[in-house]
Design a protein around this ligand. Structure first.
Ligand code: S3P
Length: 459
């Protein structure tokens, strides 16, 4: 459970990182496993589920709508689903915490059930726009009543006569695509989502794994058309959740920038629609090797071996954004240590994540002494070797901002500090212990860090 009072954390230069560590299960896959398990007939078992706050909120929502979801002593989750269309009206508010994925996908599930559900979340989630999912779900016949700017708290009144739609996504968003496909499960005929650029396809893969028919073909203007056939019989399955490549990114970049490091990260998801960061790091000259490539429950995985090395600046094209959307904060940290300039293009979507990550990274890096610019939707980082560091960063309930700046502090000249690390538990419970197990120096508001900070903050 996340502590009630703020959790200030500091990180300081580490001699080297070494060892083998298992990062927690994939957040995207974990949410979907719980949701499809809640709709399947029979028992679904999930091994390696991410037990972060975001996913636990989804588990609670599934229980509130009639499914059984329990964690066994062995760490395996067991679900007994209600069958497609069988969810029941929740008696209480669904509190999705910090989770945009949880809220948007569950909104999709509710949209094609004949009941109303009320949703809320933390201060970060209640700032995030929901129009992008409300709009297509309303076309299917649901009604969504939200605060101004289409923000939570909100209510979704599902329909008993959902309409199948063909919907072209205005933004490349796997969350919106998935919300529509999940609504399409309890909808007659076929529901089609056209995406301008391919986004992570965990929903498509897992829907098939549970027995649904999903066709993927070319879209009208490039892109892809994904068609789900309504009223499938979903059958309980066993799911092995890969380690989250978005979480693995933090120890991986840490190992690249802390000299003399070598770490191994087993079972990391290598789905090509999630792997843009690793492709980019390799272009920057990173020494990252993939071994033992195989499949786990319909998802490709491999063991990652990462060794520290010199990085060089690159240009990251905008079309790569969907495959690494959550990884720009940690890429920007890697870029700060690279030789030369890194230009990350087309980052508009970063502004509507758990915080405005474009601004958070630009401001935070500047505070840490890195030369950084924002040009339109592009983030430009001029690498320096080891940056000065010595800054206090406000995490603003954003787990990835918190972890990124802690990683920066492992190799900057002065320690880094974040005001509150509680949000880290949404996606990466045990982050501090895992990093310190590799040799990192992350402490609860260490005194060494505070003295370094005071000097820099007063500059
Ligand atoms: C996710 C999709 C992405 C990503 C989020 C998880 C998912 O959001 O940022 O962390 O599981 O579908 P968008 O689809 O809104 O870009």
């Amino acid at each position: 459970m996340t502590p009630i009072s703020p959790l200030p954390l500091s990180s300081s230069a580490s001699p080297r990182l070494q060892g083998t560590v298992r990062v927690p299960g994939d957040k995207s896959v974990s949410h979907r496993a719980l949701m499809l398990g809640a709709l399947a007939v029979g028992e679904t078992t999930v091994e390696g589920l991410l037990e972060g706050d975001d996913v636990l909120a989804t588990a609670a929502a599934m229980r509130a709508m009639g499914a059984k979801a329990e964690r066994g002593q062995d760490g395996v989750w067991r679900l007994w689903g209600r069958g497609v269309g069988g969810l029941t009206e929740p008696e209480t508010l669904l509190d999705m915490g910090n989770a945009g994925t949880g809220m948007r996908l569950v909104m999709g599930l509710v949209a094609s059930h004949p009941f109303t559900a009320f949703f809320t979340g933390d201060a970060s989630l209640c700032r995030r726009p929901m129009k992008r999912v409300a709009e297509p779900l309303e076309r299917m016949g649901a009604r969504v009543l939200a605060r101004s700017g289409s923000r939570p708290p909100l209510a979704v009144a599902g329909t008993d006569a959902p309409l199948p739609i063909v919907y072209e996504l205005p933004v490349a968003s796997a969350q919106v695509k998935s919300a529509i496909l999940l609504a399409g499960l309890n909808t007659p005929g076929t529901t089609t989502v056209i995406e301008p650029e391919p986004t992570r396809d965990h929903s498509e893969r897992m829907l098939r794994h549970f027995g649904a028919k999903v066709d993927v073909g070319p879209g009208p203007r490039g892109g892809r058309a994904i068609t789900l056939h309504g009223f499938p019989e979903l059958t309980g399955r066993h799911i092995l959740v890969p380690a989250d490549p978005s979480s693995a990114a933090f120890p991986a970049v840490a190992a690249l920038i802390v000299p003399e490091s070598e770490i191994t990260l087993p079972n990391v998801g290598t789905n090509p629609l999630r792997f843009g960061l690793y492709e980019t790091l390799r272009e920057m000259g990173a020494d990252i090797q993939l071994t033992n490539a195989r499949e786990m429950s319909g998802e490709p995985v491999a063991d990652l071996v990462v060794r520290s090395c010199r990085l060089k600046g690159v240009t990251v094209p905008p079309e790569r954004a969907p495959s690494m959307i959550d990884e720009y904060p940690i890429l920007a940290v890697a870029a700060a240590f690279a030789e030369g300039t890194t230009r990350m293009m087309g980052l508009k979507e970063l502004k509507v994540k758990e915080s405005d990550r474009l601004t958070a990274m630009a401001n935070g890096l500047a505070k840490a002494g890195v030369a950084v610019e924002v040009e339109g939707d592009d983030l430009i980082v001029h690498g320096l070797g080891a940056p000065q560091g010595g800054a206090l960063i406000e995490a603003n309930l954003d787990h990835r901002i918190a972890m990124s700046f802690l990683v920066l502090g492992l190799a900057s000249r002065q320690p880094m500090r974040i005001d509150d690390g509680r949000a880290i538990a949404t996606s990466f419970p045990g982050f501090v212990e895992l990093m310190n197990g590799l040799g990192a120096k992350i402490t609860e508001d260490g005194p060494q860090a505070s003295s370094g900070m005071a000097k820099r903050d007063s500059e």
